[in-house]
Unconditional design. Structure first.
Length: 369
């Protein structure tokens, strides 16, 4: 009897979610489009950047340094300016992001074994990208200085060899694209589940559901199951795209990934149901979802590590299910994360899911009374 009631509610929710072409399009196409946008457009790598140069020396050594800039793959072209004023104007017009100024006695100081003057002007309006380009320039300048001042010692002295664990090529896509397996379904599930109760309230059918033979906990389960099925379906599709199309291998256990995603989506659904239990209209539900979704993304470590956040903010980030899920996804894709480490991240998500679903059932019970 219980199974019959729950299955009827689940079928009703699925039919409501896929009732027309627009609804089906909204559930399927946006995540797929965003996967490719994040993979190719939303990148923190800096390439094809024009760099300005003000060469006040015009000696052989300064020209050698500029030729190294021209050979760098990250720079699309090197634009020369006659004066610092022209270079500043180019930055103001956003023609270049960075300008390298070489002092007028650059070659003479190198010949005299003195330290030459090289300054770099950065566009502070694009601080992150400008800092990355500045890092590229500093690497080229440092290498040029080492080879110029100590050419005989390059082969004799010890060298520092950089090796990046888990992502040997330091490919930005390998680190960022797998996390879309969690972030994109989270957004869709929050919208789908959070709006469903508000939509029924506006139509007047939710009150009928409350006075039906279904218990409040059964209503919560019946509302959660369709969102879980749709969310897991999106996770499977996005995982296939990440592995098959982008060629990013899953080094860890697929079963652990599926289990973690299930617990994560249950926690997300619990949050969505709790939000929907507090609001009366779809507009209010949308505002509540946005109020939760944006801080959840910023506190998750998606774009910046949690360790870089203030000490008082880090405990709040650890209550965010997305924080733990991103650690699991990166751990299973970039290295074979052991089960005991995965379990340490699963149980906080399970606690969030149980607490929020319990609160949602309690709120529904209050409305019945």
């Amino acid at each position: 009897m219980l199974w019959t009631r729950l299955s009827a509610l689940v079928v009703k929710e699925l039919l409501a979610a896929f009732r027309d072409k627009k609804a089906r399009f909204a559930l399927i196409m946006p995540p797929l489009i965003q996967v490719f946008l994040f993979a190719f457009a939303a990148t923190m790598e800096v390439t094809n950047v024009p760099v300005g140069v003000v060469n006040q020396d015009w000696g052989a050594q300064s020209e050698q340094l500029i030729s190294r800039f021209e050979r760098a793959s990250a720079f699309s072209e090197i634009r020369r300016y006659d004066s610092q004023a022209d270079a500043r104007a180019a930055i103001d017009r956003q023609e270049v992001m960075v300008v390298v100024q070489i002092g007028q006695d650059f070659s003479r100081k190198i010949a005299a074994r003195e330290t030459p003057d090289v300054s770099v002007l950065l566009d502070g309006r694009k601080s992150n990208s400008a800092q990355i380009v500045n890092s590229y320039l500093n690497t080229i300048i440092s290498q040029f200085g080492t080879e110029t001042f100590a050419p005989d010692k390059l082969n004799a002295d010890s060298r520092i060899v950089e090796r990046a664990w888990y992502n040997p090529n330091r490919d930005y896509r390998n680190a960022m694209v797998p996390v879309l397996i969690a972030t994109l379904p989270m957004t869709m599930v929050l919208m789908m589940v959070g709006m469903s109760v508000a939509r029924e309230r506006e139509l007047g059918t939710f009150e009928q559901l409350l006075v039906s033979p279904l218990q409040p906990l059964e209503i919560v389960v019946g509302k959660a199951a369709p969102g879980l099925l749709v969310g897991l379906g999106q996770c499977v599709i996005i995982s296939g795209i990440v592995i098959l199309l982008f060629g990013i291998p899953l080094l860890g256990s697929a079963a652990m990934l599926f289990l973690s995603l299930t617990v994560f989506l249950v926690a997300v659904i619990g949050i969505a149901l709790f939000i929907s239990s507090l609001v009366s209209t779809q507009q209010q539900a949308m505002m509540g979802i946005m109020l939760v979704m944006m801080p959840a993304m910023m506190l998750s470590g998606f774009s910046s590590p949690v360790q870089n956040m203030p000490d008082w903010l880090q405990p709040l980030a650890l209550t965010n299910p997305l924080t733990h899920m991103l650690v699991i996804v990166r751990g299973l894709f970039l290295r074979d994360m052991p089960f005991w480490l995965v379990a340490q991240r699963i149980w906080p998500m399970a606690v969030v899911g149980m607490v929020t679903m319990g609160l949602a059932a309690w709120m529904f019970q209050r409305k019945v009374q």
